[in-house]
Ligand binder design. Structure first.
Ligand code: AMP
Length: 420
């Protein structure tokens, strides 16, 4: 028997219903906020991720799915959404447009991680990228959009943990102070952190192994190294979040795992139970340097990504979703070939009028059809029989009250819609 690869999931049954529900909420919220859907390739030139996510990041060092295609090109399966969107923005010279571009995506990502709860090798993220605007209002919009989507899904006790890395100058000053502080103590941290001290010291702050160590807890804080401009910028973002009633907490240990962030960085958690607390649902940040880094002009960018797999796990713990089930509106019943021909027509007409309809597609007898209609939670039954059809009639039955009535065959669609 062939089984699914390690770290992947088949999304089906109740999970698929929750998944569909999340997608609906995401789509309608993105549309209300005027974000444009974008779909970028599932694979890109490896160089794109090496240059954007960063050579020293865990993702590029250990987690990418890399291969050579038949044309000997180095290809990587997309491990995150920002790089592809920014590549497309630059490739299509959209930086020359007078307005900011506001994109959203909803796609599978691939990281060769050690699979565990909430950590898969294939997972799905929805996210946004706003390109071309450095206004603090955009930071607040992106953070509140992420917050409001999770809120609309009824995930309670949400908290945004936010920090600022500041501009280049602030970041460099901070880096210097951090290296000075960590150098005499580095032997007490994990091997990866010892390596990071040379390649990317900021990353030490969000090391999964050493995250609870006193050394990291007492490390210098980014906030204390922000220059005047960066500080004022951060204060403005927080002020806007206050106006939007977003629950946030300034957390100076947040630097995020990717290389490209500057200024605002954030994560969103649900504090409802320990399980979800340790599972960050999403995060993001500003990445003004990235567009230039990928051969575009000086510009601005900010985005977030949220993991749908993790969100669905949280929804499963919420009462509201425990009994989620698919309900069919109408089940059309027939037995003979003559009845079947009419059924085909009625079923198509109902479906084209947006009525969720199912019919006897396993050649069942009446008894089997009634059972199937119950299993599908059909609200109405449309029952065809030869005698009635000769008179141009068909039976509609309410599957809850069991009341039934014969109606005109020609008016069946209107009758059904009127009763739903
Ligand atoms: P990141 O792109 O690493 O900042 O992650 C953003 C969000 O994507 C996380 O908060 C998770 O919800 C989700 N995510 C990241 N990596 C994984 C993974 N390996 N498996 C499942 N979800 C993930």
């Amino acid at each position: 028997m062939i089984t699914k690869p390690k770290g992947t999931n088949d999304i089906k049954g109740n999970d698929a219903l929750l998944w569909e529900y999340v997608n609906n909420v995401v789509n309608s919220m993105m549309s209300a906020y005027n974000y444009e859907f974008i779909r970028t390739p599932i694979f890109e030139a490896s160089e794109l991720f090496h240059r954007s996510v960063g050579e020293s990041s865990d993702i590029v060092k250990k987690e990418t799915y890399d291969f050579k295609d038949k044309g000997d090109r180095n290809i990587t399966l997309r491990p995150e959404g920002t790089a592809g969107v920014v590549r497309s923005y630059i490739e299509n010279k959209e930086y020359a447009l007078p307005d900011a571009k506001k994109y959203y995506y909803n796609e599978t990502m691939y990281r060769y991680e050690r699979p565990q709860k909430g950590r898969l090798r294939e997972f799905t993220q929805f996210g946004v990228e706003v390109l071309g605007s450095g206004d603090e209002l955009v930071d607040a919009e992106v953070i509140s959009l992420q917050y409001n989507i999770l809120n609309a899904l009824h995930i309670s006790n949400l908290q945004v943990n936010i920090n600022s890395l500041g501009d280049n100058e602030s970041r460099n000053n901070y880096k210097e102070a951090l290296v000075k502080y960590l150098t005499p103590k580095i032997g007490e941290l994990c091997e990866d952190c010892q390596e990071r001290l040379k390649t990317n010291p900021l990353r030490i702050l969000d090391c999964k192994v050493d995250k609870d160590s006193e050394i990291l807890k007492n490390a210098p804080k980014t906030i204390d190294y922000l220059n005047k401009e960066s500080k004022e910028r951060f204060e403005k973002v927080l002020q806007y979040l206050d106006y939007l009633d977003i629950d946030y907490q300034v957390d100076s240990n947040i630097v995020r795992g990717l290389d490209y962030y500057d200024h605002t960085v954030f994560e969103i958690v649900s504090l409802d139970n320990e399980e979800t607390k340790s599972n960050v649902l999403g995060g993001g940040g500003r990445y003004n340097k990235l567009i230039k880094e990928l051969d575009g002009p000086e510009s601005y960018g900010i985005g977030f990504a949220c993991g749908i797999d993790r969100i669905v796990e949280v929804l499963k713990t919420i009462d509201l979703y425990k009994n989620i089930q698919k309900e069919i509106e109408v089940y059309v019943m027939f037995v003979s070939e003559e009845e079947k021909l009419h059924a085909l027509d009625i079923v198509q007409n109902l479906r084209l009028n947006g009525v969720m309809t199912e019919t006897n597609n396993m050649n069942k007898g009446l008894k089997g059809e009634f059972k199937e209609a119950d299993r599908l939670n059909a609200k109405l039954l449309v029952i065809l029989n030869n005698e009635d059809l000769k008179k141009g009639l068909v039976t509609i039955k309410d599957n809850a009250t069991k009341e039934e009535e014969k109606v005109d065959l020609d008016e069946i669609v209107e009758e059904v819609i009127g009763r739903l």
